[in-house]
Design a binder for this molecule. Structure first.
Ligand code: GRF
Length: 197
């Protein structure tokens, strides 16, 4: 039986699309069952629908910072689709330990840096500002600490002379699109050994 995958997004959802397409088009141990966005303007919602995947919006704003109340609704929406794996793909809300605990070992995230470097936001400008010669992305298991769980895969890109944040972000995103489907495919099949692309 295939593992059921839910994906959380906040924006354009390009990583989400790659995950869904990989699960749909090829022999895969997992299938996409739900896409959740925390705002109705997330461009990825339309893309998920056109790929035939159920979507739901749980807007965080009416909860006025009450994270547990917001997360309770997220959990109840998820429960309707009984997913086995939860993938965060550009989901821009911090999830509390209370939400993460029941997903221990079953929740993945993609982060645009070579962790443990540059946890949190603005990773591309921080890598440029530090004068790094390489940058990249990481897929890791989600634990209560931000961008901190066991690493399942990484991909690196060079930082080139004259790079802007946008140029670097685009180069990293290309690798995210290769890395996340590769890691999810392995993870769904029970392989948790880290891979370097
Ligand atoms: C990606 O760079 C991801 O690593 C970061 O947010 C971006 C999401 O892009 N967390 P998309 O929504 O998948 O296009």
């Amino acid at each position: 039986m295939k593992k059921r995958v839910a994906i959380f997004i906040s924006g354009g959802g390009s990583n989400m699309v790659r995950l869904i397409e990989d699960m749909q088009n090829t022999d895969h141990a997992a299938e996409p069952v739900l896409v959740v966005a925390n705002n109705s303007s997330a461009g990825g919602l339309k893309k998920a629908k056109s790929l035939g995947i159920a979507t739901v919006v749980v807007d965080h704003r009416p909860f006025n910072g009450d994270r547990s109340a917001f997360e309770a609704v997220l959990q109840s929406e998820l429960a309707k689709y009984w997913p086995d794996i939860l993938c965060l793909a550009g989901f821009m809300r911090i999830l509390t330990a209370g939400f993460v605990a029941p997903w221990d070992g079953r929740m993945l995230n993609i982060h645009p840096s070579i962790l443990p470097k540059y946890k949190g936001l603005n990773t591309h400008s921080r890598a440029l500002g530090a004068g790094d010669t390489e940058h990249g992305c990481t897929v890791h298991m989600v634990t209560p600490a931000l961008d901190d769980g066991p690493i399942l895969g990484q991909a690196k890109v060079p930082i080139l002379e004259g790079d802007t944040c946008e140029m670097l972000a685009a180069r990293v995103l290309e690798q995210e699109h290769r890395l996340y489907p590769t890691v999810l495919r392995r993870f769904a099949a029970g392989n948790m050994s880290p891979i370097m692309l």
